[in-house]
Design a protein around this ligand. Structure first.
Ligand code: 5GP
Ligand code: ZN
Length: 165
């Protein structure tokens, strides 16, 4: 069975910082990075978040921003942590432009295994982009942009608004 929850037998451990309780999952690799039990190339940190380099970068400077408090994905993250991660990702995006000379930046979050999530501690990818420099930038658009069927688009919009068909 596909599960979107990090496998954990032990109950998550709680600690406290100024911004509230911090949950730790002893089986989570990102929690181990936060605790310093696994190495990482850290870039920045604050009360709620830590930013470090991705070990399989899609481009030069590809980084991850994570909340200190363990949570599985976009659906479960505390809104204050989400705001803090987003603000940290915005700062990092600026640094990528200023210090790495990036021409653009993609922010990416994968929510669920079917959306490519492989580590089940929420994270935001910060992926600097370099125009015409394939040696620095291996990212390509993952879909084929073409006009959709207007009826299907309208049906999806109605479903999202909560209207029944
Ligand atoms: P996801 O596929 O879940 O959106 O992204 C997980 C990311 O975490 C991947 O890009 C992967 O390269 C990165 N990653 C996985 N394990 C480690 C690790 O031990 N250290 C670091 N720095 N990144 C990791
Ligand atoms: Zn974790």
């Amino acid at each position: 069975m596909v599960t979107h929850r990090a496998a954990s037998i032990a109950a998550p451990r709680r600690a406290y910082v100024d911004s509230g309780p911090v949950v730790t999952d002893s089986n989570c690799i990102f929690c181990k990075i936060i605790a310093g039990e696994l190495p990482s190339a850290r870039i920045a940190e604050d009360d709620r978040t830590i930013a470090f380099m991705d070990i399989n970068p899609a481009s030069l400077g590809h980084a991850l921003v994570i909340p200190r408090s363990h949570t599985t994905d976009l659906h479960s993250i505390d809104s204050g942590d989400l705001a803090a991660v987003t603000a940290s990702a915005q700062r990092l995006a600026g640094l990528a432009v200023e210090r790495l000379g990036a021409d653009g930046v993609n922010l990416l979050n994968c929510a669920g295994a079917d959306a490519w999530q492989t580590v089940f501690h929420f994270h935001m990818h910060v992926i600097p982009r370099f125009a015409g420099q394939p040696e620095k930038d291996g990212l390509t658009l993952p879909w084929d942009p073409k006009p959709g069927d207007p009826d299907r688009i309208a049906q999806a919009a109605a479903a999202l608004r909560g209207e029944t068909a």
